[in-house]
Design a binder for this molecule. Sequence first.
Ligand code: FAD
Length: 378
Amino acid sequence: MTEIEPIALRELTTLRTGAAPHRMLDATTTPELISALREVWQEGGEWFVLGGGSNLFVGDEPFDGTVIRILTTGIEELPSPHEGRIRLRVQAGHSWDDLVAYAVERGYAGIEAMSGIPGTVGAAPVQNVGAYGQEIQETLVEVELIDEHADDAVVVPAAELGLGFRTSVLKHHYGEVQERRAVILSVTLDLAVTGDGGRVVRGDQLRRALGLEDYEPVPLSWVRARILETRAMKGMLLDEADPDTRSAGSFFQNAIVSEAVARTLPAECPRWKVEPDLDAMTVIPLDDYYGLSPRAERPASMVKVSAAWLIENSGIRKGFKLPRSRAGISTKHALAVTNRGGATAAEVSELARFVQSRVHAEYGLLLQPEPVLVGVEL
Ligand SMILES: Cc1cc2nc3c(=O)[nH]c(=O)nc-3n(C[C@H](O)[C@H](O)[C@H](O)COP(=O)(O)OP(=O)(O)OC[C@H]3O[C@@H](n4cnc5c(N)ncnc54)[C@H](O)[C@@H]3O)c2cc1C
């Protein structure tokens, strides 16, 4: 672990806001990371870990605590208990896209549709990253993590991480307390060994994104190249030269509403049914059991509605900017709030609040931010 001269967070985050924090530590190995965390926990005070900074919106006031940069790298191949599959154990600071490239080059399938997502492997389960219908939860076996104030790291199966749409128990959602405060040290994925020969692509969303009309087999490397091209066209692939990529990706989450609320929205607003989580088992204490099982309660169905559609149809076009502001909506994607050069967190917040208020006034829904907010309020 090395204590370094704190670097302004606007240089380490893709939305490019935030001053230098009070203190900054670099950890390049897992033992260093653990000892940095232990030291910070012992001292008390605020802290957070930083990966690629691509899902963070940091305020203008210096963070009064310690930022630990996770710079650990490495991929280890392990046997899978399943025939025709392989396991990859990857260190938390490894670049996510380098991992996808590694898997695709070797003909390991399962994460190729997530090519080009910025950031680190350790942060990927935090919001259950996904793109074009593929999510990390489909291939994630377990993570090694250390809980705040715990002595040792533990291995936690994916099923215990509460993975859902852009969420997990580890994510610090805006306005809510994090359910489990822990740092991921490594991630284990289970991938299919398919080689780079042709393979039929499953999933309508992915096939549509790839422009595949029927079920012709295509190589993994072709899928990756096509996804990278598509992302670049939408400003969703980091590119120094493209100001539309100075963002935190999608700034707003698609809204999840009841069927009754969804019916109040115009029919053209794209929507997807969200399958409710059914309780697998109801435990009835023996003393309360009279020979009749209660009827299982079916949770209400929910509907996911397109935040991009709501934004554009509340009058905010791609490229929209408030007068004299250096923050703007991406010219390619209505969901991305971008930094057009030197925008402060205050300017970004002003634009985000304006979008929220327009959508609320038009459709009665309050859009929630997707990135983790540090020292900023919307
Ligand atoms: C252009 C662009 C496109 C994007 N496209 C997508 C997309 O298609 N799909 C998608 O899901 N996301 C997308 N994102 C969002 C982002 O890339 C992902 O959420 C990514 O996983 C964040 O990784 P990071 O290392 O940059 O995390 P950071 O921004 O550094 O951190 C995000 C949060 O995770 C915490 N964290 C980081 N590392 C760890 C760790 N090891 N253990 C515990 N907590 C940790 C941080 O403290 C912080 O709270 C996009 C972002 C951009 C800028």
